[in-house]
Design a protein. Structure first.
Length: 410
């Protein structure tokens, strides 16, 4: 029998039992759709994680103050003011792998413009902070080193603050009050989005570090030129681990810590933390895809079961075909084509449902999904392979039937 004739005969056989064919393909349909959706969800989570890493800044580490004690109880990170602007300057000056080291201090305050007000986060920073965080300007300019040195009353606004204080207006050159101190708006920052903890990074105002210390945040426990944080950016990702070691060594020397004495500061490799979370997300997406692929195997077993039933029901037909000259490979090919056709039809329907489900999750569930062509091809190809693998045994059994015995079968 020629190949086109085998295909037509297989399609006629499947059409003769439409409902049974549809029910047989359900496992394949569900498996293919589940694999595509799970991979899309996992890829969306990876893309979201990459976006978070990008919004944080690349090649970045944070130096934080140490942990103080009260009554023998450790109070946690940042309770012992121990890092200073001079530490930041020494890090940038003495460590070649450092591109920039930016000190900063953080607080909160009420920001007022006209009859509008907004409570937000106030950051006292140097111009290097924006370079360390890869934070671009949407308009205006960054304050200069001279303005930092002179404690100028100038401010940069995040987009959330801009939307609440200057809706639909150009804020550049306008005056606002931060904790009752007047500031001139000289720049607007581009969107950064949320952090891993869900905090809005755009809900912030940047002012010069010296201005924050003297006029806005000076009532806090920080004294001298101590700061809350030093953001250190390495020149490239390969230098981050080396930079961490060198920063630790330099700060221990500057703080005169003896051998065996605990650090009075903390160093966090933010890129490493986020990459670890991204790796966990990738592992979870692969696990979900593996679980979903079990449905394909279940669907394959269903195909094998139905094909075995079909061989039993059509035993006399097989004997008659062999009696009029059909060869074993013709019978093998016909039943194998039926099995593969079932799998391919189920695979096509599963692909459509998988793509639709991914889009629905992104639209209705507000969960980021990324549809990858390779996942669609992989799922569809695997469904075809399932048809061949699980259909081969029933087809082989049909091809090996004895014609005489088949004709006598009731």
């Amino acid at each position: 029998m020629r190949y086109p004739d085998s295909v037509l005969a297989a399609l006629r056989a499947l059409r003769a039992n439409v409902l049974r064919s549809v029910l047989t393909t359900l496992g394949i349909i569900i498996g293919v759709a589940a694999v595509i959706i799970m991979i899309a969800v996992g890829a969306g989570a990876e893309a979201r994680m990459a976006q978070l890493i990008s919004s944080l800044g690349s090649n970045l580490i944070m130096v934080l103050p140490g942990s103080g004690t009260a009554g023998g109880v450790r109070l946690g990170v940042g309770t012992q003011p121990s890092i200073t602007e001079d530490d930041a300057a020494a890090i940038q000056r003495e460590i070649p792998s450092v591109q920039v080291a930016a000190p900063g201090m953080r607080g909160s305050g009420q920001v007022v413009s006209g009859n509008l007000n907004w409570s937000t986060v106030i950051y006292g920073v140097t111009p290097e902070y924006l370079e360390a965080r890869d934070w671009q300007m949407a308009g205006g300019r960054v304050f200069t080193a001279e303005e930092v040195k002179g404690a100028a009353k100038v401010a940069l606004l995040g987009n959330t603050v801009l939307a609440n204080l200057f809706p639909g207006q150009d804020p550049l050159g306008r005056i606002l009050r931060i904790n009752r101190v007047p500031f001139k708006v000289i720049g607007v920052l581009r969107d950064k989005g949320e952090t891993l903890m869900g905090r809005d990074q755009d809900d912030t105002v940047f002012i010069p570090l010296s201005t924050a210390r003297k006029r806005v945040l000076g009532g806090r426990e920080l004294g001298g030129n101590t700061v809350d944080t030093i953001f250190v950016k390495a020149w490239n990702p390969g230098l981050v681990s080396l930079t961490v070691d060198q920063v630790k060594k330099l700060l221990r020397q500057r703080h005169r810590l003896r051998s065996g004495q605990d650090d009075d500061f903390f160093i966090r490799n933010l890129s490493e933390i986020l990459e670890a979370r991204a790796e966990s997300s990738r592992a979870m997406s692969l696990l979900l895809a593996a679980v979903a692929s079990v449905s394909l195997l279940v669907g394959g077993i269903g195909i094998m079961n139905i094909m075995l039933v079909s061989v039993t029901e059509r035993t006399r037909e097989i004997g008659l075909r062999m009696a009029v000259g059909a060869q074993s490979h013709d019978i093998l090919g016909q039943f194998l084509i039926e099995s593969v056709t079932l799998s391919l039809i189920g695979g096509l329907i599963g692909v459509v449902l998988g793509l639709g489900g991914s889009v629905a999750m992104a639209t209705l569930g507000e969960w980021p999904t990324v549809i990858e062509i390779k996942s669609v091809v992989l799922a569809f190809g695997f469904s075809a392979a399932v048809g061949v693998f699980f259909g081969f045994y029933p087809a082989r059994k049909a091809a090996r039937l004895d014609p005489i015995e088949a004709l006598r079968y009731e």
